[in-house]
Design a protein around this ligand. Sequence first.
Ligand code: AMP
Ligand code: MG
Length: 481
Amino acid sequence: MSTSEPIALELTARYATEFPELGVPWKAAEASDPRLLALNESLAAELGLDPEYLRGVEGVRLFTGNHVPDGATPVAQAYAGHQFGGYSPRLGDGRALLLGELPDGRDLHLKGSGRTPFARGGDGLAAVGPMLREYLISEAMHALGVPTTRALAVVATGDTVYRETPLPGAVLARVAASHLRVGTFQFARSTDDGELLRRLADHAIARHHPHAADAENPYLELFASVVGAQADLVARWMLLGFIHGVMNTDNTTISGETIDYGPCAFMDTFDPATVFSSIDTGGRYAYANQPPVMQWNLARFAETLVPLVDPEPEEAVRLLTEVLNSFPERYQQAWTAGMRDKLGLSAEVPDAEANDLIEELSRLLNATRPDYTGFFRALGAAAAGDNAPVREHVGTLAEGWLSKWRALGPDQGSMSRANPLYVPRNHLVEEALDAATAGDMGPFTDLLVVVTDPYTERPGRERYAQPAPPDAAPHVTYCGT
Ligand code: AMP
Ligand code: MG
């Protein structure tokens, strides 16, 4: 007979112990009436955690940071970062805590757990809507095959958060390969402590890019590996029509995972200039700018590595620049391979022919501005000879292109695994979060089911695959919510 002994969560304090210079041990604010709103049971199972325990009093207190497991030393992490191009030497977790590392080496982290020494003017809190938003979109991204932090749980705190209106407060518990960011390296570099920078780089290599340890120049190889991972990541975003919205260097990971789902959104109507974030008035983080912005962020990362890469700064800059300059090609390769999958083109189709077809399609999308997700899904039917769904998006303007493409024998089966039917569409996300804020979790749960199984058509769920009604107000997203 098994006993009802709870399976205590084991956490290590590896980062807290190894990097006292890069964090402040801290305690979460006490939640007055914590209540579990969402628990990711499949992620819990993957981590070997018992959902019964997590749903219990101690588990819920764990998710607000008010129960600290044995061995854990929660810390607010320090980092710097370029925000919209301007450098802030001291950002750090203003409303977040690293609880510690899970047995598989990943971080368990809380967001919305109260003010820390890095809070500056902020209240350290988060509202139910934005935390559920991160849960929904990060889990959708995971289901879409995109490297991302994961959402483990959202707990309502029972306390009120004041934004434009009073809102119910919440804490998000997330799991990530790590929370090392370009901004972490910028902070370490700014201390002028060369030994700290080297330890940080060695830690990043061991955790995320272990092959670099055996390279002739491990720190140059670390850089190359992060460049490759981020080029692949941004290509995936672009193929899905995902707009991160706040690609500051403190939101650019060393692991290559997508992090921080504040103002992000999926593009509805195709338009390279799409911006949703209320504060991105210059369009710095517009859809089409994401690849060059990532390269810019990686240049900031390269600057931090100069002292590690070569004793001669000029030689280090030369070596790092050479690697940085490989970003556009690496990105283009990943994007083209992904676009070939979206078009169902087999390996036999020569590159030149595929590239011509893709370029012509880009011109067509620019001229017709269809619903991005819907258009690519409709191509699946066209592969089998039925142009009607494509015509719903672009009329008969694609007929010439469709015949050329169909002559290459696109594979409908592989297309249906590359072009999602369901993405977290802005109007559906808003609807689900408004209901949750008012106390009804039903729409959130329903939407989560379809977006976490995005390629499988579900009878009765047609509404989830439809674009926003044409009279819907333009979608606007916010940072620091
Ligand atoms: P972001 O770009 O949204 O990831 O956050 C940028 C910085 O602002 C980070 O240092 C956050 O910790 C901090 N921050 C955002 N919202 C708050 C808040 N409500 N209270 C304290 N710090 C915050
Ligand atoms: Mg952030």
